[in-house]
Design a protein. Sequence first.
Length: 74
Amino acid sequence: MELAGAAARDSKRGRIVPRYLLLAIRKDEELGNLLVEVTITHDGVLSNINPALLPNKVVAAAGSSKSPTKAAAK
């Protein structure tokens, strides 16, 4: 409950819902191993997105503008 309370507090919520229980259990290694086969109702699922599908972060050069119109005005 303490871990779920911390997860709720991180999300700026005052109530512990099953979603925060799931997040706390899956983050903790010991609890995750103990409750690996447990299903918590109304908790949703943790997203597992393959890193290859995520957009690449583009690092802008120092001093360059993100807006093409501002860059052209210089």
